[in-house]
Design a protein around this ligand. Structure first.
Ligand code: CTP
Length: 405
């Protein structure tokens, strides 16, 4: 989002207050954010709120132009994206029928930038055939329309019509302004820990937060890939637009990975799979009757090694992660060869700024031809984008290889 010019158009619905959070998120993501409101939008939230959040003047009236500028033309033609949030039934109808009777609707008519419409209204209104027809018209014209959320609405009814969450609108905006260089690729990412039950109230797990895997899934989706995220339990919200499959144990994860494998081009295994599980999981809570307690552990399947040994020439690319506390390179190289991978991302999880729970990582990428790339400390989001760049280059190389060029 850095440096992108984004226009937020606020029309007159109660969810106008949520647009304030959207503007805050855009500014936080370093977007140059400008707001225009319809006069009814300004009845719900004052322009001052948006001016304070965006740092820019809010235009409400067609005749608010500064000097000789023709803002209703320049705003829509010099921006990267226009987000209409909330988009009321009335505003959607105006868009569908080409009506320009105020600043926002006229700007939209003259716009060359992409447009994202985020409907928000009473659910009967949303289901009304007239509104549905208008939305179809907008979609057919190449405008992106988000599905509204469901739940209790401000009018005390339940159903579809809720403004999508500002975080989800942000993600859709990222998709619309990011280069779609991974479009057409189907990527499976695994993330988080697995948990292995001891009894109904206890389990064995590890310190994986899932942040690296979620960053990969989010970045791949933003760049146009179809993404399936198979995740053990974490505190993270599944990224917007990603097919999410929540699992608990290593065995569950294996089932989910092998079920999805046939439709994938690339599998990235960022999960920290528990290597062992209790031989037996007690049916009832184990009581503290004894002074000591031994647990017998048995080995879990090594999902990545099984994928590696089952692969054929035409199979998908396999990318592993190696979490190490010593002999990083030697151990990672051993895993790369032993599991028959195309690439492994090695990280030293004993460092405070790298590995589990942190927002940053310092990694080395090791390729199957023995090359090593040493990366500086960076955020997990930046690592994700870089790893995806390398995977994409490798995928394109493998396509050339397969087509004999
Ligand atoms: N992995 C897996 N299934 C397992 C264990 C690991 O699929 N049962 C995958 C991980 O998702 C990761 C890679 O294998 O991509 C390496 O995982 P890591 O925990 O670093 O190493 P292990 O193979 O488990 O070996 P060790 O614990 O001895 O270091």
């Amino acid at each position: 989002m850095k440096g992108k010019k984004i226009i937020v158009g606020v029309s007159g619905g109660i969810a106008a207050y949520k647009a304030a959070e959207l503007v805050r998120l855009l500014v936080k993501a370093d977007a140059r954010t400008f707001v225009t409101m319809t006069s009814n939008g300004a009845r719900f939230v004052t322009p001052l709120t948006f001016e304070a959040l965006s740092g820019n003047r809010v235009i409400r009236d067609m005749w608010d132009n500064e000097g000789t500028s023709i803002d209703h033309i320049s705003w829509g033609q010099e921006s990267d994206l226009i987000i209409i949030a909330p988009a009321t039934a009335n505003f959607i109808a105006k868009m569908a029928h080409g009506i320009g009777d105020d600043f926002l609707s006229t700007m939209v008519l003259a716009a060359t930038a992409g447009i994202l419409v985020c409907p928000s209204m009473n659910s009967q209104m949303f289901k009304n055939p007239a509104v549905q027809d208008n939305l179809r018209v907008l979609k057919a014209r190449g405008i992106t329309v988000m599905e509204p959320g469901e739940g209790q609405l401000a009018c005390h009814t339940e159903g579809p019509g809720r403004l999508p969450e500002p975080g989800d609108i942000m993600e859709q905006a990222f998709i619309l302004i990011s280069p779609q260089d991974l479009s057409g690729l189907k990527i499976l990412v695994t993330a988080g820990p697995t948990v292995e039950p001891i009894d109904p109230v206890r389990y064995i797990t590890n310190r994986s937060s899932g942040k690296m895997g979620y960053a990969l899934a989010r970045a791949a989706r933003r760049r146009g890939a179809s993404v399936t995220l198979v995740s053990g339990p974490t505190n993270l919200k599944p990224p917007y637009g990603v097919e999410f499959c929540g699992v608990k144990t290593a065995e569950d994860m294996k089932q989910a990975v092998f079920k999805n494998r046939p439709k994938c081009n690339i599998i990235i295994k960022a999960a920290a799979v528990s290597d062992y599980r209790p031989r037996d999981s007690a049916a009832h809570k184990i009581k503290k009757d004894e002074d000591s307690l031994s647990l017998e552990l048995v080995k879990n399947p090594d999902i990545l090694a099984e994928l590696g040994s089952a692969r054929k020439e035409s199979d998908c690319l396999l990318v592993g992660f190696a979490a190490e506390t010593k002999d990083l390179m030697a151990n990672a190289k051993k895993k790369l060869r032993g599991k028959n991978l195309d690439m492994i991302v090695a990280n030293d999880v004993s460092r405070e700024d790298s590995g589990f729970e942190t927002d940053t990582n310092i990694v080395k990428i090791i390729y199957s031809d023995g090359q090593v790339e040493d990366l500086a400390l960076m955020t997990k989001d930046a690592v994700a984008d870089l790893v995806l760049d390398r995977i994409n280059a490798m995928w394109e190389g493998s396509l050339e290889h397969r087509s004999g060029n």
